[in-house]
Design a binder for this molecule. Sequence first.
Ligand code: CP
Length: 321
Amino acid sequence: MISDQNIQLDAAGRIIHFLSVEGLSAKTLVNILDHAETFTSVGDRTVKKVPLLRGKTVVNLFFEASTRTRTTFELAAKRLSADIMNINIDASATSKGESLADTLRTLESMQADMFVVRHQDSGAPAFIARQVASGVSVINAGDGRHAHPTQAMLDMFTIRRHKPNFGKLTVTIVGDIKHSRVARSEIHALKILGVPDIRVVAPKTLIPAEIERLGVSVYHDIKQGIRDADVVIMLRLQKERMSSALLPSGSEFFNTYGLTRKNLKFAKSDVIVMHPGPINRGVEIDSAVADSKQSLILEQVANGIAVRMAIMSLVVGNAAL
Ligand code: CP
């Protein structure tokens, strides 16, 4: 896979593409979070727009299904006054055998300034970033198992709003760690921001090899894993990325790893519960928890707009970061 680090920064160290949080500095991540704070009020205005991306054309290029990421990128682009095109891949020439590079050249000829890319293959956004003309930016909206950096940033934003001191937090990520691009990006972001205690909880079949190298502790018992946690992040089973059956059934998974009110009592009394979505009720999370006051699942979605506005304005170079 092509390394993100060599292509997402220019020679002066400025971000020109947003492909991964790995390798970025704490200062850069905090700047994105601070900048996103300034965009949260735009949604409350009568005219929900600022002119930062006026005259720019953004293309949403989603080769995989999405509800939250695609729509919040679209809203973010519109609130920044950009023109946005959503490409329906199923109805595009890709379904007639056109290569990714040729689809890209076709869209580039329409003077696109930014591509927001979701793809089932790890490394596809980096491949596209290498192909595009100078001045055109690529944002990774989730690629294979590799990374989902804007999800990680909106989750850091959500955590900081409720638990501002990253240096004192215990954060537990529960579920299908092995196939999760969200887990990888979140672990990198939490490490960079100085979280001292990061835990992952899953059956052995859903833990990637050598995950400890990222600086996390591995648990196979949910009660132990969430004990005294400040933040619990639940993940769904990503069956579309499983090459073979790694679990007996969803109900058996729920019995052992599902987040219930009973399990949650092992965490701190003011614990917050998060989930990037889509949620599978009764598989990884009980409705009583998903719909509880401790759950920030819908707040995460709303925060995605401001955070994506911050990242889009950053890569286009108009943000004062
Ligand atoms: N969290 C997330 O990526 O959701 P979508 O697949 O709906 O975009």
